[in-house]
Design a protein around this ligand. Structure first.
Ligand code: SF4
Ligand code: SF4
Ligand code: SF4
Length: 209
């Protein structure tokens, strides 16, 4: 368990991360990676979506030398979003259960579609789809090169908001399951499938659906 000073450092590290929640760093999301960094348990070079700008910010915060991105985690890329190939979608809703930003609209047995503005490009929906009908493509309106630090922060703020909204609902549900409360963010991953129907009915989301 991390001590209080490390938790505070973890929050500062997490604020620098792009909030894609893609797990390419080898952790369950941005916050778990931030906590491992704060505890000195991993390196600063494991976040491909953050690329060079985030690496440099982490190096400055942690007063360490910037390292090349670890190729085992992936490479720096232009921003991309998922798109469902409509003709092939069988409406199984498995993609919805893994999406960390609730970017997929649809109901079981109905066609699903990705709200591009809410898609972090995490790619977690790709292996979840049993018929391989999700593809990644260039993010509309964004440059076809890796984003700079300011653009990453702006997108990250949106993804954080979406992720935390989802987390909030799931944690309310998790309160009824006392055994899972100590798992914190991990509780989200265990219960995200349960929380989604409530999120999708949330009035604030009506402009996206
Ligand atoms: S964006 Fe992905 S790789 Fe980077 S810290 Fe978050 S979960 Fe890890
Ligand atoms: S739609 Fe797919 S790629 Fe986009 S945020 Fe959701 S799970 Fe990730
Ligand atoms: S997982 Fe694939 S087939 Fe199932 S609803 Fe999502 S896009 Fe459609």
């Amino acid at each position: 368990m991390t001590d209080l000073p490390n938790q505070s450092l973890a929050a500062r590290i997490d604020a620098l991360l792009p909030q894609t929640q893609c797990q390419r760093c080898g952790f369950a999301g941005c916050r778990p990676y931030a906590e491992a960094l704060a505890a000195g348990e991993t390196g600063i070079n494991r976040c491909p979506p953050g690329g060079t700008p985030v690496l440099q910010s982490l190096a400055a915060l942690l007063k360490t030398a910037p390292l090349p991105l670890d190729p085992d985690c992936g490479s720096e890329q232009p921003p991309r979003v998922a798109r469902v190939i409509e003709a092939d979608c069988i409406g199984c809703a498995k993609c919805i259960d893994v999406c960390p930003t609730d970017a997929i609209a649809g109901a079981r047995k109905w066609l699903h579609a990705v709200v591009a503005a809410d898609c972090s490009g995490c790619e977690l929906c790709l292996p979840a789809c049993p018929v391989d009908c999700i593809v990644m493509e260039a993010a509309p309106g964004l440059p076809a090169v890796p984003l700079d630090g300011a653009a990453l922060q702006a997108r990250g703020a949106r993804f954080r908001q979406l992720f935390e909204s989802l987390l909030q609902v799931v944690m309310v549900l998790a309160k009824g399951v006392l055994l899972l409360i100590p798992y914190g963010v991990s509780g989200y991953y265990m219960f995200r499938g349960l929380g989604r129907p409530l999120i999708r009915c949330h009035p604030e989301d009506s402009d996206h659906r």
